[in-house]
Design a binder for this molecule. Structure first.
Ligand SMILES: *Cc1c(COP(=O)(O)O)cnc(C)c1O
Length: 458
């Protein structure tokens, strides 16, 4: 182990050191994540059934629990080189401000125009759509990060990109919308009159400002009913976690360069893609008994899928047009309160992370919004980066762990994922500064209403 002073503030990898293949964590799992089911028959979905909705290569990746490594296609690799490697930063200034003996590192994914890790999967999915000869893709976006990332990726490969954006975000986040349009995407507020499911939802709930689940239903319908189009999703699915393994592989290599072994790895969890990617190689070592690293998923107390949800088969969307996935879920009918970390407001969680959590290989905790913003502000003032509210969930937990080290005198090594920047979230920061932010936590009765929407199987 080299001395502290030899560890630079930012650890970069050279181009030669960049990972050239994605790592499939499922290959190491003893119990594989449960398969997607056909909601009509209750049987596992086969390749052919998924083809009308998803791109062929992506379905293969989705269904493959065995292959360890998927080579990163050359076109994707060269795009990655525009903004990767992302830096692994030693948070010297945060450590000093906290007066902790802990060593804190963060992997910063906000160094690209879309401002988050989502571009890592967007570019892969756009590539496979192009390679299949498709005209375009459809998707939903909530807070807008995924839609922005996908717009960039589609414009790079000259694909049409149709984004259904949750209406409330469409109205409240005009800047994100304009970034998407700059990259040539067609952005529709959801629910819209342009799909059957959108018209149905508008009829049932006139004046609704929409939800992610509803936007998913519209995007799926739009893809299935338009020749040459497929639907793509920015989180939750196995294939997305596969692409995001680039985060973990780079982190592993950067740590290895300096002989650093993490004791705790922390990430925020919405659908689970950044966390699933960050932990991929570390969780493999844990499963193989080579490490006993602690892994912590952090979610908002207002949308607590892991900490208060049920491990059950559920619909991925409100319109119930998507396959059933087994996951920790609050029920597709759960409507989360208007929390300011839009990227963490999904009722379910990746099947991979759900299984790992269920087996006790991963911990989870929930944090309240005002604590998250207090942590975000503390971090911004010493480390300089303005974090996305989603990322600040991980910051909050990292600070808590570092403060525990201060009490016990333990010199633990903490690594957390800093998934993005918060420039488009300044209305949320404003609320926080004006003391106009509440900490809504759903009651057990609220959760029961969501669980009542779970499908009854067999
Ligand atoms: C979307 C998003 C998340 C949450 O998504 P995961 O799939 O759980 O990673 C977290 N942080 C940022 C900045 C995001 O845009």
């Amino acid at each position: 182990m080299k001395k502290d002073t030899q560890i630079p503030y930012k650890i970069y990898l050279t181009e030669e050191e960049l990972p050239t293949a994605w790592y499939n964590l499922r290959s190491a799992m003893k119990t594989k994540p449960a398969p997607l089911l056909n909601p009509g028959t209750g049987a596992p979905l086969a390749f052919e059934e998924l083809r009308p909705v998803f791109c062929d290569e992506l379905i293969k990746q989705e269904l493959d629990n065995e292959t360890e490594y998927f080579p990163i296609p050359e076109e994707v690799f060269s795009f990655y080189k525009m903004y990767r490697p992302s830096p692994l930063v030693r948070a010297y200034f945060l450590e000093k401000a906290l007066g902790t003996p802990a060593e804190i590192y963060y992997k910063f994914e906000g160094n690209n125009t879309s401002g988050s890790h989502k571009l890592n999967s967007a570019i892969a999915q756009a590539y496979y759509a192009k390679k299949q000869g498709l005209k375009g893709v459809t998707t939903e976006t909530g807070a807008g990060q995924w839609g922005t990332a996908l717009s960039m990726a589609c414009s790079y490969f000259d694909l049409d990109c149709r984004v259904y954006m949750v209406k409330v975000s469409y109205e409240q986040k005009p800047f994100r919308r304009e970034v998407m349009r700059t990259y040539g995407a067609n952005v529709t507020p959801s629910p819209s009159e342009s799909t059957q499911i959108g018209r149905k939802i508008l009829e049932e709930y006139p004046g609704t400002t929409g939800s992610l689940g509803c936007a998913i239903s519209e995007a799926v319908e739009a893809a299935a009913s338009r020749p040459g189009y497929r639907y793509v999703l920015g989180s939750v699915l196995n294939m997305v976690l596969l692409h995001q393994s680039i985060i973990g592989l780079e982190t592993e290599k950067a740590l290895e360069k300096y002989g650093i072994k993490p004791d705790i790895i922390i990430g925020c969890a919405g659908g689970g893609s950044n966390l699933g990617g960050l932990i991929a190689p570390f969780m493999r070592d844990k499963i193989l008994g080579k490490s006993n690293v602690r892994i912590i998923a952090v979610e908002p107390a207002s949308c607590p899928s892991l900490t208060r949800g049920k491990y059950a088969y559920d619909f991925a969307d409100t319109g119930k047009v998507c396959p059933l996935a087994k996951m920790y879920t609050l029920g597709s009918g759960f409507i989360p309160s208007p929390n300011h970390a839009g990227g963490l407001r999904y009722h379910g969680m990746s099947s991979i992370l759900s299984e790992l959590y269920d087996e006790g290989l991963m911990e989870a905790r929930s944090v309240i919004q005002t604590d998250v913003f207090a942590a975000a502000e503390k971090f911004a003032r010493v480390e300089g980066i303005l974090p996305a509210p989603e990322s600040a969930h991980a910051i909050k937990a990292a600070i808590d762990e570092a403060e525990k080290c201060k009490e016990t005198g333990e010199k633990k090594t903490i690594v957390f994922g800093l998934t993005g920047t918060g420039y488009f979230d300044l209305v949320a920061y404003q609320r926080y500064h004006d003391n106009d932010m509440s900490d809504y936590i759903p009651t057990d009765e609220d959760l029961e209403r969501g669980f009542a929407s779970l499908p009854k199987l067999g």
